[in-house]
Design a protein around this ligand. Structure first.
Ligand code: AMP
Length: 219
C-alpha cells in the first residue's frame, strides 16, 4: 500500500462532506480537494471553464467526466498533494471512479468514506445552508455570520449557493441516486467502502472517521 493517504468522501449533497473534509484536512495535513469548489471558483473568476459550466452548476446537473478528471489530475499533481488528498465530491460517477483508478493505480485510493444521512434531513440542511464566498466556511441560516451576511472568519460575503434552491436540490439528489449510488458497490467490491453515520454531531462524525482510519492502519 502506498503511504499517500487518498480518501474519497462520498455522500448526498448536504451530508456534511465539505465540513468533514475541512476538519480532516487540518487534522491530517492533506489538502481538501472539492471539485465543486474548484468549479465555483472558475465560475466566479469567469475563466473559460467557468463560462462553460455555469449553467450546468446552477441547474444542479453534473459536468462531464472528462472535465472533472482533468481538474483532478491537475490538482493531485500539485506539490501539497504529495502526502495525499481528501476528495470531496469526486468521484461522482462510475466513469470517474474507473478513471481515478486508472490515474492512481489499483491501490491509489486508501479508503472511501460514505457519509450516510437520510434524504429528508439533507434537504432541510441544504435549504438552510449558507456559505462564505471567500473562504468557503459553511454556516446555517441562523448563525450570526449568515444573518449578518459577513463571515466571522475572513470578512467575506456569506450567501446562499445558487444551486441550493428547491429545484436544483431535487435535481442534485436525483443525480446522486442515478449516478453516484452505484459507486457504493464499486468500492465495496474492492474492500474500500466504509459507511459513517452522518446523522450525528459534527464532532461525532469526525471522531467516527478518525476511529476508522486508525483501525485500518492508515494514520
Ligand atoms: P458540490 O459542491 O460537490 O455540491 O458540487 C457542485 C456542482 O459542481 C455539482 O452539482 C455539479 O454540477 C458540479 N460537480 C462537482 N463535482 C462534480 C463531479 N465529480 N462530477 C460532475 N459534476 C461535479
Amino acid at each position: 500500500m502506498s503511504n499517500r493517504l487518498v480518501l474519497v468522501v462520498l455522500g448526498k449533497q448536504g451530508a456534511g462532506k465539505g465540513t468533514q473534509c475541512a476538519r480532516l484536512s487540518e487534522r491530517y495535513h492533506i489538502p481538501h480537494v472539492s471539485t465543486g469548489d474548484i468549479l465555483r471558483a472558475a465560475v466566479k473568476a469567469g475563466t473559460p471553464v467557468g463560462v462553460e459550466v455555469k449553467e450546468v452548476l446552477d441547474r444542479g446537473e453534473l459536468v462531464s467526466d472528462d472535465l472533472i478528471m482533468r481538474l483532478i489530475e491537475e490538482r493531485l499533481s500539485e506539490s501539497d498533494a504529495v502526502a495525499g488528498a481528501l476528495l470531496d465530491g469526486c468521484t461522482r460517477t462510475l466513469g470517474q471512479a474507473e478513471a481515478l483508478e486508472n490515474l492512481l493505480g489499483p491501490t491509489g485510493v486508501s479508503l472511501v468514506l460514505n457519509i450516510d444521512v437520510p434524504t429528508e434531513l439533507v434537504t432541510k440542511r441544504l435549504s438552510a445552508r449558507r456559505v462564505c464566498q471567500e473562504c468557503g466556511t459553511i454556516y446555517t441560516d441562523t448563525d450570526v455570520s449568515a444573518v449578518s451576511g459577513t463571515c466571522e472568519k475572513c470578512g467575506g460575503d456569506v450567501v446562499q449557493r445558487a444551486d441550493d434552491t428547491p429545484e436544483a436540490i431535487a435535481t442534485r439528489l436525483a443525480a446522486y441516486e442515478r449516478d453516484t449510488r452505484p459507486l457504493l458497490d464499486f468500492y465495496a467490491a474492492r474492500g474500500l467502502l466504509v459507511d459513517v453515520d452522518g446523522d450525528q454531531s459534527v464532532d461525532a462524525v469526525s471522531d467516527a472517521i478518525h476511529q476508522v482510519l486508525v483501525e485500518r492502519g492508515l494514520l
